[in-house]
Ligand binder design. Structure first.
Ligand code: ZN
Length: 277
């Protein structure tokens, strides 16, 4: 008998997965990861002031697409558009004026489609307008913060993080490209929720558990690079974790544990069959 595979992580589906959602070919762990992506965006858009527990974790995703050659084109276009809307206060931009679009190897219409789906921009008749995410940032700017203020600095990090998550949603939806780094981190978080069952969220990720989870989406060297990023070796800031001890165990940040607790409650409250991209 050929075992059916999960449509996202490509691992074999087991009987529990089919039981959890009979219409879906997505395993339970991936369903929980997708749920997190959608729920974070939902909260960000619907709340005037998105709660700290969610934004603290969103910031931890800010670095991912900026340096990845396959996603840099999307990210640089976002930054150019944000810059124009935020500092030049232009109401709209002509598509042909956007320099990063011309500079990217990815076709213009692909970048614009993804950024529209990601709620960064709206496109109409050859012009780009601010989308919901950029409008939120404009609100903060208008409150009079200076660029070097901690508030605005923190908001930029949040913006990078939320755009990363919004782009991830579009990529999963379009199924053209698998957002491997982001999904590996969400899988790590999903795994920790599932491992903890009804108990307190386990604050430590064993080295074994890390390798077994992160390498579902990343291979060998990429997996090591991810660990280095989390440890802060690349840019001096740890992400998701506070420390790695001498046994290779990863100690979660307090803010990550708070997030996992909240997310677990929300995951249980929702009917699983509502998880659709
Ligand atoms: Zn899966």
């Amino acid at each position: 008998m050929i075992r059916e595979k999960c449509g996202l992580c490509k691992l074999n589906l087991d009987i529990d997965d089919k039981y959890a959602d009979s219409d879906s070919n997505i395993c339970e762990k991936c369903q929980l990861s997708i749920f997190q992506v959608l729920d974070i965006l939902d909260i960000y858009i619907s709340e005037d002031v998105p709660p700290k527990w969610v934004m603290n974790v969103v910031k931890e995703f800010a670095w991912i697409y900026q340096k990845n050659p396959r996603t840099m084109g999307y990210f640089n276009t976002v930054l150019e558009v944000v810059e124009e809307f935020l500092f030049e206060s232009v109401p709209r931009l002509s598509i042909v004026e956007i320099k990063e679009l011309a500079a990217s190897a990815v076709p213009d219409n692909k970048i614009l489609k993804l950024l529209t789906e990601s709620m960064v921009i709206e496109v109409d008749d050859g012009y780009v307008y601010p989308g919901i995410l950029v409008k939120k940032l404009q609100q903060i700017r208008w409150e009079g913060y200076t660029l070097s203020s901690r508030q605005l600095e923190s908001k930029f990090l949040e913006l990078h993080g939320i755009i990363t998550i919004a782009i991830t949603r579009s990529m999963i939806k379009n199924q053209e490209q698998i957002p491997r780094q982001v999904l590996s981190l969400f899988t790590l978080l999903s795994n920790q929720i599932m491992l903890s069952c009804d108990d307190e969220i386990e604050p430590i990720i064993s080295s074994y558990s890390f390798d077994g989870t992160v390498n579902i989406f990343l291979q060998g060297r990429q997996c090591q690079k991810m660990k280095r990023q989390l440890a802060g070796l690349a840019d001096g800031h740890t992400k998701i974790i506070d420390d790695i001890d001498e046994n290779g165990e990863l100690h979660l940040k307090e803010s990550t544990i708070v997030y996992l607790n909240e997310m677990r409650i929300r995951w249980r409250e929702r009917e699983r069959d509502r998880i659709r991209i």
